[in-house]
Each structure stands twice: as structure tokens, then as C-alpha cells.
Design a protein around this ligand. Structure first.
Ligand SMILES: Cc1cc2nc3c(=O)[nH]c(=O)nc-3n(C[C@H](O)[C@H](O)[C@H](O)COP(=O)(O)O)c2cc1C
Length: 210
């Protein structure tokens, strides 16, 4: 399977060379994140696509000065809904029935159950759930980048509150969850590039229940 060789090729790039990634490739990576499945199809996250050099310079200290932020071509910030609301959930279901040409009643029970289940919960619980959905898109983007031979660094190493402030995310009802830098490896200067990929032994990772 081609995907497996791509996943073996990829690694969390530590040093990028500043080369730009074609917009066409960035678009395909974004499309993979966009097509990610999410719980009840709520898609409770957005992606901010940053190529502006000044903005990347401002993000770098927030990401503990990791050089990939400024050496990358594009910095993707995944940001999840800060809470579930009746309005947010209803919007998704209205879109679904409209685009599928179905009556509202076809999804009314499902929608109302979700609203009844999610909206009384603390915002932090709902944000955690939305954040998990954002990681599905993040994973898809990582795999898509690998398939396109675009290097990427998945990152949680940043101060989310500061990034939210810089990008004005809280005003939009969003909180940053992860960063994915896109670019090309600087193989001569990346200490990780030739190191073996290490994973938990398969017999610990997998439990086969025949
Ligand atoms: C959610 C997440 C957060 C990560 N945060 C960082 C980070 O802030 N900086 C970094 O250099 N690598 C980061 N990594 C990379 C991991 O350390 C790396 O994926 C892991 O060691 C496995 O190695 P590989 O990706 O090269 O196969 C992160 C990876 C994930 C999935």
C-alpha cells in the first residue's frame, strides 16, 4: 500500500529549508483535513493557514522558538469549537438536510438528542470532545502531506492561550489545539532525518481477539 511507504518516509521534521510548498499541494492537504470524519458530522474545528512571514515570526516564540515555524512554508493551526451550542449543532443539521434535500423531521430526533446531551455539559468537556475531532483532521493532513512528499511537523509544543490571543480565536469561539508545519526537510542539518523510526512493539500495541 502506497500510504504505508509514505508513512514510513515521513518523520516529525526538525529542520526545514525554507522552500515554498506549491499551493496546489497545500490545497490537497487541506482537503484531506476537510474530508475527515467527525462525530455526528459536526466538524467542530477550523484550520488557519498561515504563510505570512511576520505572523510566523510572532508565532515562533509562542511555540518555544521551534525553528520549523519560520522555516516552514505554511503553518496550519487547528482550532476547535470552545463549546457546543444549540445554534452550532442546528446549523450543521440544517445544512445536511438542505444539501441532501431531506425534510428537517428526518434528523430532528437525532439533532435534539445531541443538543440535549451536549449543551448542558461544561464547556471544557465539550471543547475536549471538539479537540479530539480536530486531531482526526490533523492526522489526515499528516498522512496527506506524506503522500505528497511534503514534510510536516505535528506540534503541540506551543502556548495555546497565547496563540489564541494572537489569532483572535477566542472571539470566534475557537481554541487552538495543534499546529502542523508544512515545508521541506533540510536533510543536511536535521538530526532526526536518518534515525530509525521507533514504535512500541507490535505485540504490545495490538491485541488480537480471534
Ligand atoms: C500531537 C503531537 C504533538 C507533537 N508536538 C511536537 C512538537 O511540538 N515539536 C516537535 O518537534 N515534534 C512534535 N511532535 C512529533 C513527535 O515527537 C513525533 O511524531 C513522534 O516522536 C514520532 O516520530 P515520527 O513522527 O518522526 O515518526 C508531535 C507529534 C504529535 C502527534
Amino acid at each position: 500500500m502506497e500510504l504505508l511507504s509514505a508513512l514510513n518516509w515521513r518523520y516529525a521534521t526538525k529542520k526545514m529549508n525554507g522552500e515554498k510548498v506549491d499551493q496546489n499541494l497545500v490545497d490537497q492537504i487541506l482537503e484531506a483535513a476537510y474530508l475527515a470524519p467527525t462525530s455526528s458530522g459536526l466538524q467542530p474545528f477550523q484550520v488557519f493557514v498561515i504563510s505570512n512571514e511576520e505572523l510566523k515570526e510572532k508565532i515562533k516564540p509562542i511555540a518555544y522558538n521551534q525553528s520549523q515555524i519560520t522555516d516552514a512554508s505554511h503553518v496550519l493551526v487547528f482550532a476547535a469549537w470552545d463549546n457546543y451550542t444549540e445554534e452550532r449543532i442546528s446549523t450543521v443539521f440544517t445544512r445536511m438536510v438542505t444539501e441532501r434535500n431531506m425534510p428537517e423531521e428526518a434528523v430532528a430526533d437525532y439533532k435534539n438528542n445531541l443538543i440535549a446531551m451536549y449543551t448542558p455539559r461544561p464547556a471544557e468537556v465539550n471543547f475536549d470532545h471538539a479537540a479530539r475531532q480536530s486531531y482526526i483532521g490533523f492526522g489526515m493532513a499528516i498522512a496527506a502531506a506524506a503522500e505528497l512528499k511534503v514534510d510536516a511537523t505535528p506540534m503541540e509544543g506551543f502556548v495555546a492561550d497565547q496563540l489564541d490571543e494572537l489569532l483572535g480565536l477566542r472571539e470566534k469561539g475557537l481554541r487552538s489545539t495543534t499546529i502542523l508545519t508544512l515545508g521541506y526537510r533540510d536533510a543536511a542539518n536535521d538530526w532526526l532525518v536518518n534515525l530509525k523510526k521507533v514504535r512500541t512493539p507490535k505485540e504490545e500495541f495490538l491485541t488480537i481477539l480471534d
